[in-house]
Design a binder for this molecule. Structure first.
Ligand code: NIG
Ligand code: FE
Length: 414
């Protein structure tokens, strides 16, 4: 691989400074003007002023990418998705527009159960091909790392199949995939009257294989009224933690159940959704360094009010933003839409929004020491945007400003 220098940029939004930016620190994107980035062996070797570059480096030894008039940012990190699934649920979307609610569709046997059926019947090859296409689309939005969850199996073999599809994709695609075991995504029909028995099934029959085969880094659960209670969630998450997995929770999405409080109690890396999170839960997340991962495209798609991002930041939380790409509540992998909703609807500043998609998203995946900012020694996951200032990113509403994507020092999108 030829080493690269990104020369002559107008500005570099480094997002440097902290491993997790909490509260007002989210506004500091550590901007460097008129500088170049030297990349060697996939790692950021130097950030140097445009004027000093030629004196220090033999430019002939590098591939030069001219970034005049461009802004450079860390690659975006989509830290919450469900991108491996078979089938679609466009009919449910149309029902919701006519007044059905997400939970009422689920309660009458649709929703996640539909995707479970189509994921079960899909072959590994079909899922790999779909996954590849979806990852390719994410790259066009500047995504260099993505988290993906199982949860459309709800039984051992299909859960493992989903996780193995992601492992296979990791060997084929440049984007890094971080896998999450979400076996507790919905209560299968035969356990409806006793969800705790299903939690025991996951603990006794699935968790060990996930851990032994090294198929997931995180364990997640849909902690929600009429899905899994706080007690059931605590039971699974503590077991998963004991077995070495890090934790995430789909928390307080539809009803205020205490998911945010549970995330703080069990030491989760992040709690996600949080539309209904209580003041106390928010305070506890801030105190315990639990990243608040907000998913505005899901709120938008479900016609719900947005999560209280402004309040969370003002109360010291580290907020991350992600798409929640999935076939039901949010069939959307668009980072430009996340950015539009965060800035225009959640009253987050441009700087907070960028922080939430870079270093705080890295923190939500336990990766802030390697990715999420443009720092010497970090992996060279870097995106060149077409305009001279990062202010253009939300200003160009709903449109991707991404021009080139570099992953671990390699140009993967141009
Ligand atoms: O994050 N809330 C639960 N899980 C997903 C939706 C999954 C689906 O509807 O297929 C979410 O919104
Ligand atoms: Fe989700």
């Amino acid at each position: 691989m030829k080493n690269i220098i990104l020369t002559n940029s107008s500005e570099i939004v480094t997002c440097s400074g902290f491993k997790m930016k909490k509260g007002s620190a989210m506004n500091d994107v550590a901007l460097v003007k008129d500088a170049s980035i030297v990349i060697e062996d996939g790692i950021i070797k130097d950030i140097i002023s445009n004027n000093d570059l030629e004196n220090k480096y033999d430019l002939k030894a590098y591939e030069l990418i001219d970034c005049s008039g461009k802004s450079i940012l860390p690659g975006f990190i989509d830290s919450h998705t469900h991108f491996i699934f078979g089938g679609y649920r466009a009919d449910e979307f149309s029902w919701r527009l006519r007044g059905d609610s997400y939970m009422s569709i689920m309660e009458r046997g649709g929703g996640i159960a539909n995707s479970v059926n189509s994921t079960k019947t899909a072959t590994v090859n079909e899922l790999v091909n779909l996954g590849k296409k979806r990852l390719d689309s994410m790259v066009t939005f500047g995504v260099t790392t993505v988290e993906g969850k199982s949860g459309y199996g709800l039984e051992k073999d299909v859960e493992i199949k989903q996780l193995e599809v992601m492992k296979k994709l990791q060997g084929m695609h440049s984007v890094d995939i971080i896998s999450t075991f979400l076996g507790a995504h919905s209560v299968p029909k035969k356990y409806k009257s006793n969800p705790e028995e299903f939690i025991d099934y996951l603990i006794d029959n699935v968790l060990d294989e996930v851990v032994d085969k090294n198929l997931a880094e995180f364990c997640d659960i849909f902690c929600e009224k009429n899905v899994f209670s706080v007690e059931e969630s605590r039971k699974l998450l503590l077991k998963a933690k004991e077995k070495g997995l890090k934790l995430k929770i789909h928390a307080d999405e539809i009803v205020q159940l205490g998911g945010a409080e549970l995330a703080a109690e069990v030491g989760a890396t992040s709690a996600d959704h949080l539309l209904q999170a209580s003041d106390k839960g928010i305070k506890l997340m801030a105190e315990n360094d639990v990243v608040s991962t907000l998913l505005p495209c899901t709120a938008y798609s479900l016609k719900e009010d947005f999560a209280r991002g402004r309040y969370m930041i003002d109360n010291g939380c580290a907020v991350a933003l992600a798409t929640d790409f999935n076939p039901g509540s949010c069939f959307c992998e668009s980072i430009p839409l996340v950015i539009s909703l965060a800035t225009l609807k959640m009253n987050m500043t441009i700087e907070e929004t960028i922080t939430a998609l870079t270093i705080n998203a890295a923190a939500a995946l336990g990766r802030a020491d390697k990715i999420g900012s443009i720092d010497i020694g970090k992996e060279a996951d870097i995106v060149i945007h077409e305009f001279p200032s990062y202010n253009f990113i939300p200003y160009h509403i709903g449109v991707s400003t991404v021009e080139k994507v570099i992953k671990k020092g390699k140009l993967i999108y141009d």
